[in-house]
Design a protein around this ligand. Structure first.
Ligand code: SAM
Length: 283
């Protein structure tokens, strides 16, 4: 009889009817934090991967596409982004991109779960590389509480959250967007990751509608994100004035996904997305 070996796989149940499976080299961390289940695995296809409550957050191979979009779209379209807030984002990938901008004076990273930050420092050094930068202040707390205390302070707010479940659900609601609006200075802008129009059309539409209750300008952009459900990912921007679809400067460093052309193109929406939002934006 031939010798047999067992395969180890991690399965993300992306929807009730769709899964992503990745074959594992190794399980690196498997624990319950005070807030969520934290799993870090090493995979053949995507390198190291972090999952929270069974949902992929980052992979070594494709995290750059998401983090470059989250950071550079607003850092390049705000007239002078000096003070930035990252909500969630405990892995540090968005902060790593934000600190590349010379106008930055200070960035707060507010993630409810310190164990995500610690796991990223340990297993994803290339993602968490700027967490000790002197411009970065880490606040391990609920961002919904943090934002209520801030007034006229930030230029850019980036909501790099988990899916709208449990303690992250409020981050997709107009009450939170109103608190963000109040925490922004004149010309302030916010961007939030808002899921896939194929897998979670109601979340895309819901976030857009909720943000539209608060911000005078709301626009959607999108990009590739292979390990998130369906690979097509949306980002929704609320602005007090500047047009987020118009980059005012080039990104100051070499990037692998984001560019001025990608920025402009990302706001061109396919018709089915425009119809989902029930408007003619992005033609
Ligand atoms: N890009 C990722 C995605 O879409 O899957 C998100 C990455 S980041 C690790 C998400 C972080 O949001 C988590 O570390 C989680 O702890 C944090 N988070 C969720 N709700 C939060 C809240 N209310 N306040 C602060 N952080 C929150």
């Amino acid at each position: 009889m031939e010798k047999r070996t067992a395969d180890l796989w991690v399965t993300e149940y992306q929807t009730g009817n769709m899964r992503l499976g990745l074959r594992l080299k190794e399980i690196l961390c498997n624990k319950q934090t005070p807030y969520q289940h934290l799993l870090v695995v090493d995979t053949f296809e995507y390198g190291k991967v972090m999952l929270l409550d069974g949902a992929i957050q980052i992979t070594e191979k494709d995290e750059f596409t998401y983090h470059e979009m989250m950071a550079h779209v607003l850092m390049c379209s705000h007239p002078n982004p000096q003070r930035v807030l990252v909500v969630g984002g405990g892995d540090g990938g968005t902060v790593r991109e934000v600190v590349k901008h010379p106008s930055l004076e200070k960035v707060f990273l507010v993630d409810i779960d310190e164990e995500v930050i610690n796991a990223s420092r340990k297993y994803f050094p290339s993602v968490s590389s700027e967490l000790d930068n002197e411009k970065v202040e880490i606040k391990p707390m609920d961002a919904i509480k943090f934002i209520k205390k801030m007034r006229d302070y930030f230029d850019v707010v980036i909501v790099d959250s988990t899916d709208p479940v449990d303690f992250a659900a409020g981050l997709f609601k107009s009450d939170f967007y109103m608190d963000v609006f109040n925490a922004l200075r004149d010309n302030g802008m916010m961007i939030a990751q808002t899921e896939s129009p194929f897998a979670e059309a109601d979340i895309v539409k819901g976030a857009y509608d909720e943000m539209s209750k608060v911000f005078p300008i709301v626009k959607l952009c999108w990009g590739a994100m292979p390990t998130y459900p369906t690979g097509m990912w949306t980002y929704t921007v609320g602005s007090k004035g500047p047009d987020p679809s118009k980059p005012l400067r080039d990104v100051p460093v070499e990037t692998r996904y984001y560019s001025r052309s990608i920025h402009e193109a990302s706001f061109v929406l396919p018709r089915f997305v425009r119809e989902l939002l029930s408007e003619e934006e992005g033609k």
